[in-house]
Design a protein. Structure first.
Length: 108
């Protein structure tokens, strides 16, 4: 199956109400439209730390750069990004370790 798209919400100085977060899909994983100004707010709703992986699109001499793996501690919310298009592509690929991770994509 294709990756599950995470909708991107535009921020504003007047304030922005965030939509319901997208639940993590550890089977199909996720994609986010990326213009280099996108951040990802990730909440771990579980009792254990969980990994989130941001896949890179860069290669040097035919070798792909390593993906960025981060840990979201239990019960915490963290903000990641922005993600340069040259490094992460115009469709940011995000892999989650568990459905306990929920996400909101925010364009700043």
């Amino acid at each position: 199956m294709p990756r599950v798209a995470v909708p991107v919400t535009q921020s504003s100085r007047a304030g922005t109400v965030l939509p319901a977060a997208t639940a993590g899909d550890a089977t199909n994983n996720h994609s986010v439209a990326n213009d280099g100004r996108v951040t990802l707010m990730v909440k771990n709703t579980g009792a254990s730390p969980r990994n989130i992986t941001f896949l890179t699109t860069v290669s040097v001499d035919g070798l792909t750069a390593p993906s960025r793996v981060e840990v979201v501690p239990a019960g915490e919310t963290q903000l990641f990004g922005p993600f340069p298009v040259n490094d992460y592509g115009s469709s940011l690929k995000v892999d989650v370790a568990h459905a306990e991770l929920t996400m909101n994509a925010i364009r700043i």
